[in-house]
Design a protein around this ligand. Sequence first.
Ligand code: G6P
Length: 427
Amino acid sequence: YERQDQRLPKQRLLVVANRLPVSAVRQGKDSWQLEISVGGLVSALLGLKEFDARWIGWAGVNVPDEIGQEALTKALAEKKCIPVFLDEDTVHQYYNGYCNNIIWPLFHYLGLPQEDRLSTTRSFQSQFDAYKKANQMFADVVHEHYEEGDVVWCHDYHLMFLPKCLKEKNSNIKVGWFLHTPFPSSEIHRMLPSRRDLLESVLAADLVGFHTYDYARHFVSACTRILGLEGTPEGVENQGKLTRVAAFPIGIDSDRFIRALELPQVQDHIKELKERFAGRKVMLGVDRLDMIKGIPQKILAFEEFLEENPEWRDKVVLLQIAVPTRTDVPEYQKLSSQVHEIVGRINGRFGTLTAVPIHHLDRSLDFHALCALYAVTDVALITSLRDGMNLVSYEFVACQASKKGVLILSEVLKLSNAFEIMFIQKD
Ligand code: G6P
């Protein structure tokens, strides 16, 4: 979308995503601290400038009382954000359960949960019911704030039911839906008991977008094979209505990173880091602590490197920023213990009294510290086992303006990421 005439007001856009760009942390009874949310979706959409955009989403906290809800709504309004308040049980069934225990692993080819994982929440059906209920709650908030002419842009696997809920009430709303993860082959999608409902609902949108042509093709072929609908070069036809389907490889606001490198506080950080790691090559991983990111595999590969190349043992350090995520989901808890165990063993094995080979941080870094870290890094390791589009690799390249660092990019990202990175480098 490009605004043809810069004098005209910007198009109003309602961005609807499960997570708002800021997450709330309760400070006192009615006061909140807002922190930038972590994840590819937020990083990608922070660059939206052509629109007069408002976000609608969950603020990441349970706020049962009305006074608290009012206070948070007011604080978020300053950031052009509108909260959807989800109760604890809905979050458990919809977010922890259906979204993160079922769709997320399935869309990344990790299969459906085994019995033990399913029974830790409730049955599949009740999780799907909660998913639909939550999507309806998002739709209600959209309707409340919708003004004629607005474009509503729904995001990600949390909200596949939303296009249908929106169109049911008002068929004139312009609705787009974009997926930030891979869309799997129809062979995988057909494993989902609710496969038909989800596809039909997404098709209620006017435009459906994916990161790559392959994901778009998988979606169209799932509609053909599962719903028996015809795929055309433009999209999918359903009872005379065409839903356009296309690939829109998402990027980052690279200027934001490039500009940050010039700030005095970032320069100071860079100086400190250079002194701290003088004489050692810096390898860096920045990921949410998610099974798709290949963090244990990355650390084990680093161990093998140290084992086979003893001359490198005091000349290289691996900094792994592993931001905790979805910590109420048992699979993520298991991953966290596994990673801690491996890091402890390797540091015990190769560390000395004065240095350890791996610095593992269980938290995110603030934006300026992160830019400085990217700038001093010699080798960035992006080892995803499967990923929609990895934005950390872009951020690293954007911050490497004056330095020839190396990006080691997992083979699975070759088709999506490698292409976009060429553009950032060209700029
Ligand atoms: C991925 C998803 C996003 C999600 C992010 C962080 O990038 O595509 O929709 O917001 O992970 O995960 P979380 O569950 O913390 O929102």
